[in-house]
Design a protein around this ligand. Structure first.
Ligand code: ADP
Length: 398
């Protein structure tokens, strides 16, 4: 089967194309004018009948080879549910025009096959056929309608390819999320055991050397860091699966902030933590998730600042009844360019990549927690001038 022309049969304009194209193919093959006309009429009659029933027919014209003989064929595929009646005169007329006419069910479609044997005198050979193929491949549209149609076909093809690409990348993304989720659960289990044994060893009453105590401290600290990373990975996959859940509870904000500052001061002994708390308010929050927010923001404030510098936590009530909390550091600051990406997943500023450990997950998770609580988060910063992270939470009395 050598396909030369393909036309989708959608409306009457396609009848013109079907007729003209069949004439051109027959002419290029060197058939007589009367055979050209007969073939083109048969094709047009079938095309017209199909268009009367559906806008989803497909016409293909080409050559078929049987040993050294060639035939000219026209195939029209259409919905298998379509049945012809006596009213479809074109269907019966076309059968009289071509020597071979056949209709069969092929897969999900009905297929009409019309065939005319080609005389040897046409001297068809592979070289001529190859030239014909190239001719029809490069042929310009017959009219403005065909031009638009061809453009539509290539646009649809492109859209289909893009859709497929998108589907594939979504699939890969889902697989990656699933992998992160499984891998982090697998890591968490032995880590929990390791941490428990370390704490048991630290708490032992048996005498142990100072050196060993120091080693145990280090194992404990590093396993805590590793547990936090694993927890972040698990949170990321929960966010992506849309099942980060919250256990909301009414909390007195100032009491919560004071407790957080005390804990964080212990964790960050090399920094001076200050608080400037405004009037108290009640908020409806998941306490563990809020602790995570503070641990991330205060942890970053320390991580990206020199030892001995100050970190100030402030709170105040805004005019629209929200509580605004800020965490201000005296650290390296963030460039203007990086400010817009700072809350993106896996984002890390280029100047910290080699100097500070991290995976760029903390702020992404923090911002998700804040927005899920009905608040907003943003940052103000300048290189060398420190950074202030702000976030708001709705007060229950507003
Ligand atoms: P990580 O700290 O693990 O890299 P985060 O999501 O917590 O991930 O932070 C993302 C990036 O934002 C950091 O890599 C850093 O470049 C920048 N950043 C965050 N907090 C600060 C801060 N207080 N001062 C300067 N840069 C910061």
């Amino acid at each position: 089967m050598i396909k030369l022309v393909s036309i989708t049969l959608e409306n009457e304009m396609d009848l013109v194309l079907a007729h003209k194209r069949s004439m051109i193919v027959a002419e290029k093959l060197g058939l007589t004018l009367s055979t050209q006309t007969t073939f083109a009429t048969a094709v047009s009659e079938i095309a017209r009948t199909i268009i009367e029933h559906t806008d989803q027919g497909i016409l293909e014209i080409g050559l078929e080879q049987q040993k050294a003989r060639y035939s000219l064929f026209a195939h029209v595929a259409f919905d298998k549910e379509i049945h012809f009646t006596n009213d479809d005169s074109g269907f019966y007329y076309a059968q009289k025009l071509v020597p071979e006419f056949n209709m069969a069910l092929v897969g999900e479609h009905n297929l009409i096959q019309m065939k005319i044997g080609l005389p040897r005198s046409l001297k068809l050979d592979p070289t001529r056929i190859a030239a014909l193929k190239v001719y029809f491949l490069n042929e310009q549209p017959l009219n403005a309608y065909e031009e638009i149609k061809q453009r539509n076909i290539s646009l649809n093809k492109l859209a289909g390819e893009k859709e497929e690409e998108l589907r594939q990348s979504k699939l890969i993304d889902e697989k990656k999320t699933e992998f992160i989720s499984v891998a982090s659960h697998e890591i968490k289990t032995p880590m929990t055991v390791l941490k428990a044994y370390t704490q048991m060893a630290k708490a032992t009453k048996e005498p142990i050397s100072e050196r060993l105590r120091l080693v145990l401290e280090k194992i404990d600290l590093q396993s805590t860091k590793l547990m936090q990373l694993v927890q972040q990975l698990m949170d990321i996959s929960k966010i992506e699966n849309g099942n980060l859940q919250y256990n909301l509870k009414k909390v007195q904000l100032n009491k919560f902030l004071v407790a957080q500052l005390a804990v964080m001061q212990q964790i960050l002994p090399d920094y001076e933590l200050f608080s400037e708390l405004g009037s108290d308010a009640e908020v409806n929050v998941d306490e563990l998730r809020m602790e995570q927010v503070f641990s991330n923001l205060l942890g970053n404030a320390a991580k990206y600042s020199d030892k001995g510098t100050h970190i100030t936590v402030s709170s105040n009530l805004t005019e629209d009844g929200m509580i605004c909390i800020s965490i201000k550091d005296q650290g390296k600051g963030i460039s203007k360019n990086n400010l817009k990406s700072i809350f993106d997943k896996f984002f890390r500023a280029e100047d910290v990549l080699t100097t500070h450990a991290g995976l760029g997950m903390g702020l992404f998770i923090t911002s998700k927690i804040i927005t899920d609580h009905g608040g907003k988060i943003w940052v103000e910063s300048e290189i060398g001038q420190g950074s202030t992270f702000f976030f708001t939470l709705p007060s229950t009395h507003s």
